[in-house]
Design a protein around this ligand. Structure first.
Ligand code: FES
Length: 121
């Protein structure tokens, strides 16, 4: 694959399916193209999502609580699962943890992630 074709493959086609990501406690909505990670969707819309390792599942800083029904989500991959097992959940956590840099969005989701910053207008 040449460089230009690779770059075009990264861009969703105009007919790509979109899903809503509602982020609490900020109360904003993002949209993700089918199969995009939460971090990729946030970055594309100028939203700052906490993270340190550059999206390689090492820091765990991007982890969020999933408020949507977990049964409708794809299970964590081996790399995501390994990192999640080393994370501590807050005592008042209401949903399972997932990594925003790893989870791929295939439906509308509702999440809780303190520290997310909306874009400046
Ligand atoms: S950004 Fe480091 S684990 Fe997701």
């Amino acid at each position: 694959m040449d460089r230009e074709a690779g770059a075009q493959a990264d861009k969703p086609s105009t007919g790509a399916k979109k899903h809503e990501i509602v982020v609490e406690p900020l109360g904003i909505s993002l949209f993700a193209y089918e199969g995009e990670t939460v971090v990729e969707a946030a970055a594309r819309q100028g939203v700052r999502w906490p993270g340190v390792c550059g999206g390689i599942a090492e820091c765990g800083v991007c982890a969020f609580e999933l408020l949507s029904n977990e049964e409708d989500m794809a299970p964590p991959t081996a790399i995501e699962g390994a990192r999640l097992r080393r994370l501590r959940r807050r005592p008042d956590a209401v949903g399972p943890l997932r990594l925003a840099c790893q989870i791929r969005v295939h439906r509308d989701i509702h999440v809780h992630k303190p520290g997310v910053r909306a874009p400046r207008n």
